[in-house]
Design a protein around this ligand. Structure first.
Ligand code: SF4
Length: 211
């Protein structure tokens, strides 16, 4: 996919560094990656705030599912998400709730493990790998597909086909993947919305779908 690095530079120039993912700890980041499924970031923020100072692996491991579901109610699908958070925490327990111990393991192996955890799909796994474990996996979401497709790129249907295609076109670099995904999210919010606002879009001159 030619021109991806230029796209990154243009978006970085337009929106500056995004300091993504907004979380105080790697565990909070992982929890946020599950809570954000099928909801807005505002609702995730409310659910995270509702934990107060209780947001820790030990708390989630021991609290009962009903209570956990009530804490995260604002994020929607809270009963399912409570089960997912329990499963994620059980996986993390394998590494004694220590991010350095988990990060010591090979990225592909960690990805396989995460994908076997209930409720963790590819996008969530890659978000956790990139933002909590600092492994170079490019996160694909609806925004990524929408923007690249509008810019005229040929987008494979399967998640991993697109991820591998993007990764093959960029240096395998955690900082780059981290910032690029965050910039894509920002671009989708500011300009390339479902109904795009193309006036003033930083990539308007090279976009095939500009309106
Ligand atoms: S010109 Fe419009 S459609 Fe193209 S990337 Fe910008 S906002 Fe999206």
């Amino acid at each position: 996919m030619n021109g991806l690095h230029e796209l990154f530079c243009t978006l970085l120039h337009a929106y500056n560094k995004r300091h993504w993912w907004p979380a105080k700890t790697p565990f909070e980041m992982m929890v946020g990656a599950i809570l954000t499924q099928n909801t807005t970031w505002t609702n995730v923020g409310k659910a995270i705030a509702n934990f107060g100072d209780r947001l820790s692996p030990a708390f989630i491991a021991h609290v009962n599912c009903d209570e956990l579901a009530q804490i995260i109610r604002s994020s929607g699908y809270y009963n399912q998400k409570a089960i997912k958070l329990k499963a994620l925490t059980e996986w993390y327990g394998k590494y004694e709730y220590t991010i350095e111990k988990a990060a010591h393991i090979d990225g592909e192996l960690l990805r396989t493990e995460l994908l076997s955890v209930k409720g963790i799909g590819r996008e969530t796994a890659d978000s956790i790998l990139l933002y909590a474990l600092h492994k170079p996996f490019f996160v694909i979401d609806t925004y990524t597909k929408r923007i690249l497709s509008r810019l005229g790129y040929d987008i494979p249907t399967a998640y991993d086909d697109l991820r591998l295609k993007i990764e093959a076109s960029l240096p395998r670099d955690v900082y780059l993947y981290n910032e690029f995904h965050a910039l894509i999210v920002e671009h989708a919010k500011r300009h390339c919305k479902k109904k795009p606002s193309c006036a003033g879009c930083p990539v308007e001159t090279v976009c095939q779908k500009r309106i």
